[in-house]
Design a binder for this molecule. Structure first.
Ligand SMILES: [Zn+2]
Ligand SMILES: [Zn+2]
Length: 346
């Protein structure tokens, strides 16, 4: 099969299109999926361009936001059949550890992610075919395209972020960052009954998209968003701030713009470490809530996309064939392109 692999060329990571071996169904619960669409995630971009990153290493097939058609199933598979169109949940969970037993699947002790080497090497979906377990497959309704199916992963993550915090009617929620996740989180936040959802970003184009998709207020990130949020909340600060960028500057903004006893959702992770001032966290008695992956939100995400409650089509800003994966990464990496979701069509 054709696959996009990370290769090291003169000590720089490059993407090469190669004829790779078709993966095998090594368990009777395995399913072969002919990939129809796979998105490039910010984590792919950062891992690929960071020479020191161990999350995206040479030899790996990336891709953890995917959908496709089932072409083969193991003997014990009951969830899907050949010909089914499915979204793929990239999380491989054990189902047996203490966390899984409590239903805390996103923090499974033995969790692995396909298309990543972060928790153990697992090839992903930037290829014609991928083998996943049946539990990772979620049926797509007729009305959804495979491209929309490939957005189920980011949307389910976005819903999970909102499920991790208690939202009260009338709350002011700030979403820092209008990338794919920020725009999905903004739309999920609007569904909670919150009062206002405010989005900050540097890109005017992305802010315009946020506004078109329902953000109540958008703020340019270089126009003192902390002062703007404070003035919009009578000096009190926002009830909930969701960080979807992942750098020190924006985490600092989050701490400065949240109200006393407010919540900050730690979701963005561009850098491995950020340095934050302790005193405001202590003296404002803040809730800092970490978020990683979805738990049981995939079917909800599919429902919300199918019913139009969350609109993902306008988020797909660029499309490339698998042959042009390297160009797709370069396009996404250049801020001048205002890329939101770059989709590969294998
Ligand atoms: Zn991702
Ligand atoms: Zn587990």
């Amino acid at each position: 099969m054709k696959a996009a692999l990370i290769r090291e060329v003169e000590s720089v990571k490059k993407i090469r299109i190669e004829e790779a071996q078709l993966p095998e169904l090594s368990s009777e619960h395995h399913v072969m999926v002919n990939i129809g669409a796979v998105g490039i995630c910010g984590s792919d971009l950062h891992g690929f361009y960071d020479p020191k990153s161990m999350a995206r290493i040479p030899g790996l097939i990336m891709g953890h936001e995917a959908a496709g058609v089932v072409t083969e199933v193991g003997a014990a598979v009951t969830r899907v059949k050949v010909g089914d169109r499915v979204a793929v949940d990239p999380q491989v969970i054990c189902g047996e550890c203490a966390q899984c037993k409590k239903g805390y699947y996103s923090v499974c002790d033995n969790k692995k992610i396909i298309g990543s080497n972060l928790k153990g090497f697992m090839n992903g979906c930037m290829a014609e075919f991928a083998v996943v377990t049946e539990k990772q497959c979620f049926l797509l309704p007729e009305s959804l395209s495979l491209e929309e199916g490939a957005m189920v992963e980011p949307v389910s993550n976005a819903i999970h972020v909102l499920n991790r915090v208690k939202v009260n009617m009338g709350d002011t929620i700030v979403v820092i960052g209008a990338g794919t996740l920020g725009l999905c989180i903004m739309q999920a936040a609007k569904l909670t009954g919150t009062g206002r959802v405010i989005v900050t970003d540097l890109s005017e184009k992305k802010l315009a998209l946020a506004k078109a998709l329902g953000a109540d207020i958008v703020i340019k990130a270089d126009e003192d968003p902390v002062a703007r949020i404070l003035s919009l909340t009578d000096g009190l600060g926002a009830d909930i701030v969701i960080e979807a960028v992942g750098i020190g500057a924006t985490y600092k903004q989050a701490i400065a713009m949240v109200r006393k006893r407010g919540s900050i959702m730690f979701f963005g992770a561009t850098h491995k470490e950020v340095s934050l001032e302790l005193i405001p966290i202590l003296h404002k008695e803040l809730h800092l809530i970490g978020c990683t992956g979805a738990e049981t939100e995939c079917p909800v995400a599919i429902d919300f996309i199918a019913s139009g409650k969350i609109n993902v089509k306008p988020l797909i800003s660029h499309r490339f064939t698998l042959d042009d994966t390297q160009e797709a990464f370069e396009t996404m990496a250049n801020p001048e392109n205002d890329a939101v979701k770059v989709m590969l069509i294998p």
